[in-house]
Write a protein that binds this ligand. Structure first.
Ligand code: 5GP
Ligand code: ZN
Length: 110
């Protein structure tokens, strides 16, 4: 389901500035910020500004393009070019925040 905002969603609150974060980058459709509990030397989250629960429910091609443009930009500027890209989808597979997000993980910053 796509909605403008989910009032209880932590990443909606980060996207609209209600909760602070360490901003890494932004475009029309997405925002990138540091993960609060990093699991690698570089750990950035890239999230669409509009709420959707997971990548399967994000069916807007403009938003998908904006999301992947920001993922590529962040990976190019914040890592040495070697990184992991991960979308945990569903509780069993490790998703704990139910707002679509990509993890960009790398052992080496640029
Ligand atoms: P998931 O487990 O859903 O794939 O990823 C959620 C990620 O959000 C986790 O890596 C967790 O550390 C991060 N996280 C949870 N709460 C916050 C927060 O308030 N701020 C930031 N920047 N990251 C958070
Ligand atoms: Zn949300």
């Amino acid at each position: 389901m796509m909605r403008e905002e989910n009032l209880d969603c932590i990443f909606c609150k980060i996207a609209n500035g209600e909760i602070p974060s360490k901003l890494i980058g932004e475009n029309e459709h997405a925002i990138a910020f540091l993960d609060l509990y990093p699991k690698a030397p570089v750990h950035i989250l890239v999230v669409p500004k509009i709420h959707s629960e997971n990548i399967l429910l994000l069916d807007n091609s403009s938003i998908l393009t904006g999301l992947f443009e920001l993922i590529r930009e962040v990976a190019a500027t914040s890592t040495d070019g070697q990184f992991k890209l991960q979308f945990n989808t569903g509780e069993r597979e490790g998703q704990s925040v139910f707002h679509t997000h990509a993890h960009v993980l790398s052992q080496q910053s640029k």
